[in-house]
Design a protein around this ligand. Structure first.
Ligand SMILES: [Zn+2]
Length: 120
C-alpha cells in the first residue's frame, strides 16, 4: 500500500489510514469503520471543533465582505443580504466537511490518546 497523506485523505473525505474508503456516512456523520481497510473511524469524533473554525472563517469573510461592500460601494441592505448571506452559507457548508475530515485526520496522524476513549 502506498504512503497516504492523512491530511489530504481526510480533507477529501477519505479514510486517513488507507486513503481509499469513505470517511463520512452522511454529510457530516463519521462512518463507523472504513469500508476498505476496516479502521475504526467512529472513535475519532471531533465534536464542535470543525464548526468553530468554520464559523470564524465563514463569518469573518461574510462580515468583512458585507462591511466592505457597504462602506466602499454603498450597497443597499437588500443587496448586502442578497450577496453575502449566500456567500457565508456556501462557505460554511462547503468548508465544513473538509474541515471535519482534517480534524479526524489530525487525530489519526497524531495518535490522539483521548480519541479512542469512551469516557471523555
Ligand atoms: Zn481505510
Amino acid at each position: 500500500m502506498a504512503q497516504v497523506n492523512p491530511y489530504l485523505a481526510g480533507a477529501t473525505g477519505h479514510c486517513p489510514k488507507c486513503g481509499e474508503g469513505f470517511l463520512f456516512e452522511g454529510f457530516l456523520k463519521i462512518a463507523p469503520a472504513c469500508e476498505a481497510c476496516g479502521f475504526e473511524l467512529s472513535r475519532h469524533e471531533t465534536g464542535d471543533g470543525a464548526s468553530t473554525f468554520i464559523i470564524l472563517i465563514g463569518g469573518g469573510v461574510g462580515a468583512f465582505g458585507a462591511l466592505f461592500s457597504m462602506f466602499a460601494w454603498h450597497w443597499p441592505i437588500w443587496l448586502l443580504l442578497l450577496v453575502w448571506l449566500p456567500v457565508t452559507l456556501g462557505l460554511s457548508l462547503g468548508l465544513m466537511r473538509p474541515a471535519k475530515g482534517l480534524m479526524v485526520a489530525a487525530q489519526v496522524a497524531n495518535k490522539a490518546s483521548e480519541a479512542g476513549r469512551r469516557d471523555v
